[in-house]
Design a protein around this ligand. Sequence first.
Ligand SMILES: NC(=O)c1ccc[n+]([C@@H]2O[C@H](COP(=O)([O-])OP(=O)(O)OC[C@H]3O[C@@H](n4cnc5c(N)ncnc54)[C@H](OP(=O)(O)O)[C@@H]3O)[C@@H](O)[C@H]2O)c1
Length: 304
Amino acid sequence: MTCWAVNPPARVLVVGGGYTGQRFAAAAAALGARVWLTHRGLTPPESGPATGLPWLRFDPDNGHGLELPEGITQVLVTIPPDSGGSDVALEQLLDPLRRQAITWLGYLSTTGVYGDAQGGWVDETSATEPNLRRSQARLRCERAWLSSGLPAQSFRLPAIYGPGRCPFQQLQAGTARLVHKPGQVFCRIHVDDIVGTLLHCLQLPAARRPALLNVSDDCPCPSSETLGYAAHLLGCKLPPLQRYADIAGQMSPMALSFWADNRRVSNRRLCHELGYQLRYPSYREGFAASLQEERQAAGRAAGS
Ligand SMILES: NC(=O)c1ccc[n+]([C@@H]2O[C@H](COP(=O)([O-])OP(=O)(O)OC[C@H]3O[C@@H](n4cnc5c(N)ncnc54)[C@H](OP(=O)(O)O)[C@@H]3O)[C@@H](O)[C@H]2O)c1
């Protein structure tokens, strides 16, 4: 891979050192970039892929603003809108970022902005008609970043999975639910394909970086299919099948909202027009690799 980070040295700020932010930070640092991440709590996370990198506290809801390091060149924003629909990163950091020589800003958005397509395909040219309030807020924040004057790209993500974010623990704990809703599919993406996409875009000439990019794998499918495969990998039994129509009345509003939209997200722009090759084209390779990584981490923890 061409190393975008070497000359001149990239100085990357990850705003929101959560699940994806940490894996991106670790990958960028491994390529030679200087990377800072933000955390909210009193102290940075004690474990995870980005331990050892410099962390900065950013918790504006509790009065902790952020003093940007000098000379930041690239920024990744992973913070979602809050419950009131506001984006704290946008509110607090836009002006300071405008004063630096930023060459790229990646914003992690969601495919929820497309709304319900009744199982049909959506691509980056599709209408954005979100029904859910959080997706409406997301669309407003995405638009604000894209019109901020910074060289921003928005990455629209479906469900993110990877080590620690697969259904293995729920299956083992007996809390997984096998639900069937006729015609319903979900899209997903392995976290390392988000990281791979971000690095791929960073290597492209600025003029070739699209403002909007779906980052989804090749395999939209029902959640019962992915749960079945996870159980197969573990060699454990599936819970009894429940019909969505029978249990919807007992679901929380949040759980219900995950079933509200039904769409297939096209990755044509990413994989065909921009030439990115997915590491995990479907949950099958992705779950197997995640389970292996989880078991390796558990083995290291047991040995330490
Ligand atoms: N998870 C999914 O399946 C999914 C699907 C589509 C899109 N997305 C979006 O993609 C992005 C990355 O997802 P992820 O799963 O990697 O997210 P994540 O692990 O929850 O990381 C988000 C980061 O933002 C920080 N943050 C949140 N609210 C904040 C606030 N008010 N002030 C300061 N920091 C704040 C979090 O801090 P704490 O660690 O303290 O909470 C965390 O570091 C998010 O915007 C998410 O909504 C996620």
